[in-house]
Design a binder for this molecule. Sequence first.
Ligand code: NAP
Length: 282
Amino acid sequence: MNKLFGLLGHPVGHSMSPLMHNDAFIHLGINGYYHAFDVHEEKLKEAIGAFRLFNIAGFNVTIPHKVAIMELLDEIDEEAKMIGAVNTVVNMEGRLIGYNTDGRGYLSSLQKTLKKPLSGSCVLVIGAGGAARAVATVLANEGVARLTIANRTVGKAIQIKENYQTYRQANIDVASLQEAEEQLSIYDIVINTTSIGMSPNTEEVPIFIDNAHSDAVISDLIYNPIQTSLLIQAQLRGMKTHNGVGMFVEQGALAFQLWTGRYPDTERMTQLVLKQLGGRTC
Ligand code: NAP
């Protein structure tokens, strides 16, 4: 019998996760089917009840449920607790266990671009929303030399720092976007985790990179468009860039592994996603 997997969010109509996971089930010969469930905030509790009733094997969680889901689960993995959000749930013999693969997925994708350890790097995270929480937590766990979180609303950056420090010691700075822009030359890696530059507002940039040093890596979590204006500006300056497609694929692959014990072919997943986004397939 097919095992049922899914995505829980609202809206979910444009998600590429069903395409990616269903292809991986077929490719690996696993009897699984992944369906996107469009669930409004007020129906979340009922949806979890239904998932338990129908013994769903595992599911992803996306906006707006990543935080609210936590109190409806039976157990939460340590890193997901530190991040304060869950994006993957595994049904372990009736117990729903929450994980967060966003941070590890990002890290794994970034490391493929960097090809060197992150410890020793000075990193600037721009933004302090849900994605920033995942990225900043794993970077702090990796022990980067310096971690700065810069956000329009500086209070939210302070919250991430203080939340992390309730679990572990870490040297985390916070800054305004203007301060970050002024001191950009000290960073080896600059990461945009805001939605600035996302389609349809593709002309916008979260920060001007004139002060960045020429061998810095500029990374953007956005994957629609694949190359944001921020990345295009960095490329024009001859800098190394990293887009959000890798994170999307890797967080999905890590979730797939938690559900099935098998790590899928991420190159195949990447090609599918790029084709769907209308980008390069090679
Ligand atoms: P979120 O929780 O809503 O956070 C949005 C962030 O963007 C906040 O820091 C917000 O600043 C900032 N922001 C938005 N509009 C702004 C503006 N006009 N000026 C300055 N700052 C602005 O969203 P999220 O879930 O973290 O997602 C953020 C981005 O990451 C999205 O583009 C999403 O597609 C992408 N993402 C990609 C992946 C992937 O797999 N590649 C995974 C997750 C997310 P304030 O705090 O001041 O409002």
